[in-house]
Design a protein around this ligand. Structure first.
Ligand SMILES: Cc1ncc(COP(=O)(O)O)c(C=O)c1O
Length: 482
């Protein structure tokens, strides 16, 4: 099994006893931090044994598009942490909004009560969201947002007299989170297997990886898109429409390395959902808040979801927050009589996080971040496409500031690496080498091996060139090792 976030990179020992960890690092020295990390900290999706005898990478501060480790070394944050830091690091006005809110009202729940920042943020998000998505249900994370959307779909159908609808369709190797319900929607067998049996009802449909399209549609992007969408209809008919509650799709699927939708794909999916009365959930935990040059990915591709799930970029990571935006139609049965959506979490819509989200959106407006992505995305693509000349690069794909670079053993045949080769290439070399060269990105093999890039939305040509140069050098070395 592989680590979805590609974080298990062994490192050379660099700790010096007693050395200060530098500005912002807290009270422990670099050496003490390493000792405590080795003894007490459990990293997510990480082979902890890979750090036995080597340093855990410790990032101590960030500024703009860059982060710094405890030795003062600078890294270009080519993944926005984990698809999170849209506005970049170290924005004082956002941190100050958190401090102000903490002083005014640090906590109050959204169970029966409201607080001003949650109301203001809900109104602002409803104003930005497409169509009739007017109602915001807050969570603290993306997984909780996905769980909430599935629970809402189930309870909605029970409330309107269609109690048999509970199944969810999602795409092969798509990642929708790790809590049990979200994991049942996630399409990565390797990270599901240890936790089975999962809640029943998860059904897989094909993703939109055109580079690996089946032969009969391999030369025609639109026909491929039609086929992939029609597979959703076939799955609904196979399962029985009266049993299907929702389809969960990302605007651009992240896992597997950025699969944008073929032209016409979402229009056909919308039609299918309408025909069979199935709820269309656009999982925008990554794609919302500027990643694709729009506040919401569904806007970019011109489709109207019934629910949008979001997290990550809504606060640019200055405080955790997630949620779902829900259409008036889905809310309607819950606005009458004793009807109640029987779901909630303590920290959802936390006042500090809501204040941070509002300040984050202010930065989006003040710095015209959507404009920055739209005006630079062609240059980003062109810069990354220079790498397509390397023998190891099979495909460069994505949109906006969201790209995957698929690595292959043979460009002509598109032959991919064996599990062993992939292990040696990604884990044994690439992840470490890219980090050592000063680039935070992700070398991932949940599908075929890919390098993933999702830099802060403030990046311009200078950072694109830096990414390209580091990738060119490290991928050239990688090829010589195969
Ligand atoms: C599309 C998508 N959905 C859901 C999640 C889960 O979000 P979280 O890690 O905040 O629970 C992620 C996380 O990367 C994601 O990419």
């Amino acid at each position: 099994m592989t680590a979805p976030h590609g974080t298990d990179r062994p490192r050379e020992g660099t700790d010096r006893p007693g050395k200060s960890t530098g500005e912002g690092a807290g009270r422990l020295s670099a050496h003490a931090l390493q000792e405590a990390a080795h003894r007490h900290l459990w990293l997510h999706f990480t082979r902890m044994s890979s750090y036995a005898g080597t340093d855990v990478p410790v990032i101590v501060r960030g500024s703009g598009q860059y982060v710094y480790d405890q030795n003062g070394k600078r890294y270009l944050d080519g993944l926005s942490g984990l698809f999170v830091s849209q506005i970049g690091h170290g924005r004082r006005e956002v941190a100050e909004a958190a401090a102000r809110q903490g002083t005014e009202l640090a906590y109050f729940p959204l169970w029966s009560y409201a607080h001003p920042r949650a109301i203001e943020l809900a109104e602002r998000l409803a104003g930005l969201a497409p169509g009739d998505l007017n109602r915001v249900f807050f969570t603290t994370s993306g997984s909780e947002a996905v769980e909430s959307a599935w629970k809402l779909a189930k309870q909605y159908f029970k409330t309107i007299g269609q109690p048999g609808r509970y199944k969810v369709l999602s795409r092969d190797i798509a990642y929708h989170g790790t809590s049990m319900g979200a994991l049942a929607i996630t399409g990565l067998p390797g990270i599901k297997e240890p936790f089975e049996p999962l809640p029943p009802g998860g059904v897989r449909v094909p993703n939109t990886n055109f580079y690996r399209a089946p032969g009969f549609v391999a030369d025609d992007l639109e026909a491929f898109g039609r086929w992939a969408a029609d597979e959703i209809e076939r799955a609904i008919l196979r399962e029985g429409p009266e049993s299907v509650a929702a389809v969960f799709l990302e605007p651009v699927q992240n896992s597997g390395g950025c699969f944008p939708p073929p032209p016409g794909y979402f229009a056909r999916v919308r039609q299918i959902c309408d025909t069979y009365g199935v709820i269309l959930v656009s999982d925008e935990v990554i794609c919302a808040f500027g990643r694709l040059g729009y506040y919401f990915g569904s806007e970019r591709y011109g489709y109207q979801p019934d629910i949008i799930t979001f997290a990550k970029g809504v606060t640019s990571g200055y405080s955790p927050l997630g949620g779902m935006l829900v259409s008036d139609r889905l809310m309607e049965p819950f606005s009458q009589g004793s009807a109640t959506f029987l779901h909630g979490v303590t920290f959802a819509g936390h006042p500090v996080s809501a204040a941070v989200a509002l300040a984050n959106l202010d930065v989006f407006e003040k710095d015209d971040l959507l404009g920055n992505v739209r005006s630079h995305e062609a240059a980003f693509r062109a810069t990354l496409e220079k790498l397509a000349g390397l023998p190891i690069v099979g495909d460069v794909r994505g949109d906006g500031y969201f790209y995957g670079i698929e690595l292959v053993k043979d460009k002509a045949t598109r032959e991919t690496f064996s599990d062993d080769e992939s292990e040696r290439l990604l884990r044994g070399f690439l992840s470490q080498a890219l980090f050592d060269a000063g680039l935070v990105c992700r070398a991932d093999d949940r599908g075929d091996p890919v390098i993933q890039l999702a830099p802060p939305l403030t990046c311009t040509q200078e950072q694109f060139d830096e990414m390209e140069q580091i990738l060119r050098s490290v991928l050239t070395q990688a090829w010589s090792k195969i």
